[in-house]
Write a protein that binds this ligand. Structure first.
Ligand code: 5GP
Ligand code: ZN
Length: 114
């Protein structure tokens, strides 16, 4: 756990959240400011600041996150698809420096950057 990291505190239960999924490696909870009917943040329990810090030693957490995303999407009824977003660093628009994936769904995504 990193000092003064909001998501580390949420994972530890020091800050309340609406949990939707948890396993050994991953914690997932509803975004406080949802951008879609379903907006879940999927985070590794280990503190990695952003995608730029993924390396050969820690990259398994990304696979764990995507395994969780698949389970959560099924549980949330996102049978028609969904979007997964990772913002990295200042130019990527990341505001919380603990690696996380936004799982968005429950309606057709309209804005498309790529
Ligand atoms: P980022 O901008 O770093 O990609 O995403 C951070 C996300 O965390 C934002 O969508 C924001 O709404 C969400 N967020 C910020 N603070 C909290 C909080 O205290 N609780 C929850 N559940 N979500 C938060
Ligand atoms: Zn953290």
């Amino acid at each position: 756990m990193a000092d003064n990291c909001l998501f580390c505190k949420i994972i530890a239960g020091e800050i309340p959240s609406t949990k939707v999924y948890e396993d050994e490696h991953v914690f997932a909870f509803r975004d406080i400011n949802p951008q879609a009917p379903v907006h879940v943040l999927v985070v590794p329990k280990s503190h990695i600041a952003c995608a730029a810090d993924i390396n050969a030693d820690n990259s398994a957490v990304v696979a764990h996150c995507y395994e969780a995303i698949s389970k959560i999407a099924r549980a949330e009824g996102l049978n028609n698809g969904y979007r997964v977003i990772n913002n990295c660093g200042e130019d990527g628009g990341q505001t919380v420096m603990h690696l996380h994936f936004h799982l968005l769904g429950g309606e057709k995504m309209t804005e498309k950057m790529i």
